[in-house]
Design a protein around this ligand. Structure first.
Ligand code: NAP
Length: 282
């Protein structure tokens, strides 16, 4: 018998999960790094999450990504959480260490790494549309990286206020809520405008409710939506001379961080970006 170790397994669990590019990106990066690992994309309905986690433990998976609708629900099945995941109350990446499943959240870190390539976040004033999972992840990491203030703009007051309270009380960052009812004006002294809603996902013409004339060329305008990457918001912002940041960088960066957490190896981000663009046919 040939003496070869079995392959290490990581996975993505979600529903619906077809069309998720992570397997394609990770397997390219495993190959490029010379790692004999496999990444499985698994359709797991909420009622099977508990069993799926038990299976992960029983079969010795090295970790996994968790996406809609499992980012919050997975927490009760884990042994511990990172500080960021605890603050956000959401997990998108699980690492198995000595049989323990540890929850992390790499979404916000991925965004902040992308932003840092353009500007140092410390001291910046941010206006952010959205208060869902992505918005929570990004705003907590922005807070931890030293921005001065985050204005949360959200349609549903309770969700927005919940995030503002988290930022003020637990992250220690100045934050206030604008309830979005119609188009919102952005103040002159805002440095970063961010769409962290799902507006634009799968629809390049979907309009973020912003008064476009209040975007100015000294602002960075960012979108977490990566498919399609050239969203309506980014096209408007580019026309007004703003510096634009699409959601592809965030996606690649969070994959880089997950890869490092599981394998202890630094992947090649260029390989991952190329794979993502190939998968999305852009
Ligand atoms: N680039 C990346 O790596 C990356 C990573 C993670 C997520 N994402 C993207 O982030 C987006 C948000 O995901 P999520 O997990 O945060 O979703 P979510 O938890 O469902 O939150 C959605 C947010 O969008 C708001 N929203 C949705 N439709 C709206 C509309 N028509 N008008 C005003 N507000 C609206 C919701 O407001 P209410 O509270 O009022 O409902 C909520 O704040 C998705 O497009 C996802 O693909 C990207």
């Amino acid at each position: 018998m040939v003496d070869r170790p079995i392959e290490e397994i990581v996975c993505c669990m979600g529903q619906p999960v077809a069309g998720n590019p992570t397997q394609f990106i990770m397997e390219r990066a495993f190959n490029a790094a010379g790692l004999d690992w496999r990444y499985l994309t698994l359709e797991v309905p909420p009622e099977n999450l508990s069993g799926a986690l038990a299976g992960m433990r029983a079969m010795g998976f090295r970790g996994g990504n968790f996406t809609i609708p499992h980012k919050v629900a997975v927490i009760e099945h884990l042994d511990d959480l990172s500080e960021a995941a605890r603050l956000m109350g959401a997990v998108n990446c699980v690492n198995q260490k000595d049989g323990q499943l540890i929850g992390e959240n790499t979404d916000g870190k991925g965004f902040v790494q992308s932003l840092k390539k353009i500007v140092d976040p410390s001291g910046l004033k941010v206006a952010m549309f959205g208060a869902g999972g992505a918005a929570r992840a990004v705003s907590v990491e922005l807070g931890l990286s030293g921005v001065s203030e985050i204005i949360v703009i959200n349609r549903t007051e309770s969700r927005g206020q919940n995030l503002v309270d988290l930022l003020n009380n637990d992250v220690g960052i100045k934050s206030s809520l604008v309830i979005q009812d119609g188009e919102v004006e952005i103040d002159d002294d805002v440095n970063v405008v961010l769409n962290a809603t799902s507006i634009g996902l799968g629809d390049a013409d979907a309009q973020v409710p912003v008064v476009v004339e209040t975007l100015s060329e000294n602002m960075v305008v960012a979108d977490v939506v990566f498919n399609p990457p050239q969203t309506w918001l980014l096209r408007q912002a580019a026309e007004r001379g703003c510096t634009c940041l699409d959601g592809l960088g965030m996606l690649v960066n969070q994959a880089v961080i997950g890869f490092q957490i599981w394998t202890g190896v630094d992947p090649d981000p260029a390989v991952m970006r190329e794979a993502l663009e190939e998968y999305l046919e852009i």
